[in-house]
Design a protein around this ligand. Structure first.
Ligand code: TXA
Ligand code: MG
Length: 323
């Protein structure tokens, strides 16, 4: 049987395929891999050429820095400077859906393309057995943004990765659907004040509890975005989004939550019939893709509670609604 030339190779994650993937990464190739948040598009973070290939494959602007994934806190501390607060957050939430932006050490062997020439670096230990095994086998830090074309919806399955990115990806490791389903929370600890740059899989309240004080939340309207994840239009499906909807037209798609269900839509998906925000986050990106694929021009979205991971869901919906 002939297969489409443009699709990347998907293989089930196993000891053998992870070893293959690690070899490809050491050769400077791109490998997509599962994390608990979304699939990442990985490359050797120390190689300019490999990191450059990430930007090319995604069509990502060079001024938007990447997250560097590591397997241990010791590896993270070899790359960035951890003060007491950074170490406390790493100990509380790693492995997990929290990315820490800290000052980059001069001795760190990280491509300046990965950090977009900043003197800071974003670090995370992912909480996924395949990602951790891959980091160990590759034996180097991996730069990995979400494995989607820049500005589009992030992938939560291997098939999502294959549909968005072409043959520039040498291999896609399939580890099933992502458990959290929404990107990591990004916190900056490079200045006096801990700042929330992007809401995500770990809630602001949980981080503040671990810190013992409130996080500063910089205004997204800042002249120069402190984190390009703050750029207004992002995570966008092709259809338009109509937020806080209380009804739907017959030609619209509906995105429902719990008991909040829009009547009369052409097609509808409930993010969590039992009204669970964690389940809703895990289903969000696949639901946006499915409604897009149904061909509707507009997706009406019910109000989603802003508590816990609901804040990250609402952040992504707001950005997806910007055109
Ligand atoms: O869950 C996740 O974080 C996923 C998985 C694959 O780990 N990755 C991800 O990467 O979402 P990406 O590239 O799509 O988002 C990285 C975010 C962006 O908002 C970027 O601007 C920010 O991290 N970032 C990276 N380095 C930074 C730095 N030095 N200073 C400020 N923000 C930074
Ligand atoms: Mg992304």
């Amino acid at each position: 049987m002939s297969r489409p030339m443009q699709s990347a190779r998907i293989v089930a994650a196993s000891a053998a395929s992870i070893a293959d993937a690690a070899r490809l990464l050491r050769d400077g190739r791109l490998v997509a891999f599962p994390t608990e948040t979304v699939y990442g598009l990985g490359a050797d973070a120390s190689s300019d050429d490999a990191v450059e290939a990430i930007y090319r494959a995604k069509g990502r602007p060079a001024e938007n820095p990447l997250i560097v994934h590591v397997g241990t806190l010791a590896e993270a501390e070899a790359i960035g400077t951890f003060d007491n607060e950074a170490r406390a957050l790493a100990k509380a939430f790693w492995p997990g859906a929290l990315t820490l932006v800290v000052r980059k050490k001069n001795t760190a062997r990280i491509s300046s393309l990965a950090t977009a020439n900043l003197d800071t670096v974003a670090l995370r230990i992912p909480d996924h057995p395949v990602a951790l095994a891959l980091l160990k086998a590759a034996a180097r830090p991996l730069a990995a943004p979400s494995a989607n074309p820049s500005g589009r919806v992030s992938p939560t399955t291997a098939a999502h990765v294959a549909s968005g990115l072409g043959p520039s990806v040498a291999l896609i490791l399939d580890g099933g659907p992502c458990r959290v389903g929404i990107e990591s929370t990004v916190v900056a600890l490079d200045e006096d004040e801990a700042r929330l740059l992007r809401p995500g899989g770990v809630s602001k309240a949980d981080i503040e509890r671990a810190l013992g004080h409130a996080l500063a939340v910089p205004k997204t309207a800042a002249a120069r975005p402190q984190s390009p994840g703050q750029m207004a239009s992002h995570y966008a499906p092709r259809a338009r989004l109509r937020l806080h909807a209380t009804g739907a037209a017959g030609d619209e798609g509906a995105l429902n939550f719990g008991a909040a269900r829009l009547e009369g839509a052409r097609t509808a998906i409930n993010l969590s019939a039992r009204g669970d925000l964690g389940e809703a986050a895990a289903n969000l990106y696949a639901a946006l893709r499915a409604l897009d694929d149904s061909g509707v021009a507009t997706i009406a979205v019910v109000p989603i509670p802003d508590e816990g991971i609901g804040a990250a869901i609402n952040d992504r919906l707001r950005r997806a609604a910007v055109r």
